[in-house]
Design a protein around this ligand. Structure first.
Ligand SMILES: Cc1cc2nc3c(=O)[nH]c(=O)nc-3n(C[C@H](O)[C@H](O)[C@H](O)COP(=O)(O)O)c2cc1C
Length: 189
């Protein structure tokens, strides 16, 4: 099995990255081949809404997103990890997601999907937030991720939503670290 793990935090080795790495450890334990992409290192331009993908099924912008399209197609497991920014996903995460409009257009405009729709991909959404949040505190990010997973034909199987990182960083929360590891393992069971 192949997993694609995407880090949407601009900060390396902080809360979101640490949880993603723990989930990756769980996957590796089950001998999953994991590729990690750190969006802060990728050059991904904004979608400009030109509608070229509605005519061709592919995005006309040639940048680091070009390689990601095929990686989504090949993956059996997709993990997307982002901090909560202004009640939504981080901007580098959203920029990548907007470019998945090419998948959407290939399916719903052209009826000629550029991603294998029959493949059963499993998805994990990891999100960290600084404040203490109510039960629906992550909803702004969750609705974005729901649609993203639909665009890449991935089941929204698991989610790990962690608040209060401003009070206690995840590195000091062994229960959450264990949970991230176990979710990684469960994804590949
Ligand atoms: C631009 C920005 C916006 C943020 N917006 C929120 C927010 O709306 N709600 C919240 O609880 N925390 C918010 N935070 C705090 C982060 O979500 C939190 O610190 C997160 O764990 C950071 O992840 P990282 O350590 O992986 O970078 C924000 C932080 C930044 C920098």
């Amino acid at each position: 099995m192949k997993a694609l793990a995407i880090l949407g935090s601009p900060r390396k080795n902080k809360n979101t990255d640490i949880l993603l790495n723990k989930a990756i450890e769980g996957l590796i334990e089950n001998e999953v081949q994991v590729e990690k992409i750190e969006l802060r290192n990728e050059k991904i331009d904004h979608c400009i809404g030109c509608d070229a993908c509605a005519k061709t099924g592919i995005c006309f912008i040639k940048d680091d997103m070009s390689k990601l399209y095929s990686k989504f197609d090949e993956a059996d497991i997709v993990i997307i990890a982002t901090p909560l920014y202004f009640n939504s996903v981080s901007s580098i995460t959203k920029t990548m997601i907007d470019r998945c409009q090419a998948f959407w257009a290939s399916k719903y405009v052209l009826n000629k999907s550029s991603i294998d729709r029959n493949k059963r991909r499993r998805g994990l959404f990891i999100c960290t937030a600084g404040s203490e949040l109510k039960r629906d505190g992550f909803i702004g990010a969750e609705v974005v991720i729901d649609l993203f997973f639909r665009a890449i034909n991935t089941q929204n199987s698991e989610r790990l939503l962690v608040d209060q990182t401003d009070k206690i960083m995840v590195k000091d929360r062994q229960d959450i670290l264990n949970e991230a590891y176990e979710i990684g393992k469960k994804l590949s069971d």
